[in-house]
Design a protein around this ligand. Structure first.
Ligand code: SAM
Length: 273
């Protein structure tokens, strides 16, 4: 199985840091606890560190890999009965077609350069997902699970917490990878909330993005062009508070009013007509 390792130079543009430490690979597989018959998809199998263990436990998984050299190597290592490979960019992959009618388990040691957009993309299919286990930069996981009031609480926390219950499982040191990344990594478990409050995601994303557009400013400052103080007070938000002190529930209530009133908020940096 080691052939490719000699010839494959880790590609920075694909965020390639391969897991090489059996202890940590085993610990991640254990946290996932794959079972025969489950529909499991791995994003970025790379040199199959985790893939191999997942297949041992379940006999078959799917995967999405962008690097065509790794794809051709993976095809030589695993027959199609064990590994179905989608050679694709996970950001452009048609997840809604792929997940139709099923409950997926999604796993991956994600390329850190695309982790936030990928998490947002996957959140659109959360109702077809059983759970997600990802290894990400520790700093990103800390932001995902952060509570209101702290420095880590931001757009990523609010947006993902609306869709998932999330739990940081453990940290993984740089030495577990080759090449070793500069930062510590963490494994996070994400379980979709069964019935997230039915609000307009488009409006919600804009409300949250605008609220956090300048973290050090008050909500009155960040939102005042579109949302009056009366509206903020009406949903229990102090206009002189900062975005990082507002709970998910308050953002949801604010979204409902903004949507009802048809208020249009551009994304930060977006040109208005
Ligand atoms: N799972 C392997 C491991 O743990 O050793 C590799 C992890 S490495 C951090 C990230 C993997 O994701 C690489 O195999 C890389 O080629 C792949 N990748 C990077 N960008 C991708 C994308 N946009 N879509 C799909 N796979 C991608």
């Amino acid at each position: 199985m080691a052939d490719v390792l000699k010839h494959h130079h880790a590609r920075k543009r694909f965020g390639q840091n391969f897991l090489v430490d059996d202890f940590w690979i085993g610990k991640i597989a254990e946290a996932i606890h794959p079972v025969v018959g489950e529909k499991i998809v791995e994003i970025g199998p790379g040199q199959a560190a985790l893939t191999k263990l997942l297949i041992e436990k379940t006999h078959h998984i799917d995967c999405v890999e962008i690097d065509r050299d790794l794809v051709s190597w993976l095809r030589k290592q695993f027959p199609p009965e064990e590994l179905t490979i989608f050679e694709a960019d996970a950001l452009k992959f048609d997840w809604s077609e792929y997940c139709a009618g099923s409950k997926l388990r999604i796993v991956g040691n994600l390329p850190y350069n695309i982790s936030s957009p990928l998490l947002f993309t996957l959140s659109t299919i959360s109702q077809n997902v059983l759970d997600q286990h990802f290894m990400l930069q520790k700093e990103v996981v800390d932001r995902m699970v952060a509570s209101p009031g702290g420095r880590d609480y931001g757009r990523l926390s609010v947006s993902l917490q609306r869709k998932y219950r999330m739990e940081k499982l453990f940290d993984v040191p740089p030495e577990a990878f080759n090449p070793a990344p500069k930062v510590t990594s963490s494994v996070v478990r994400m379980v979709p909330v069964e019935h997230p409050e039915p609000i307009d995601d488009f409006v919600f994303n804009r409300v949250v993005a605008a609220s956090f557009s300048m973290r050090r400013k008050t909500l009155k400052n960040n939102l005042g062009r579109w949302i009056s103080n009366e509206i903020l007070i009406g949903v229990g938000i102090d206009p002189s508070a900062r975005a990082e002190t507002i709970t998910l529930e308050q953002y949801v209530q604010l979204t409902k009013v903004v949507a009802e009133k048809g208020i249009e908020i551009p994304l930060p940096g977006e040109k208005r007509n």
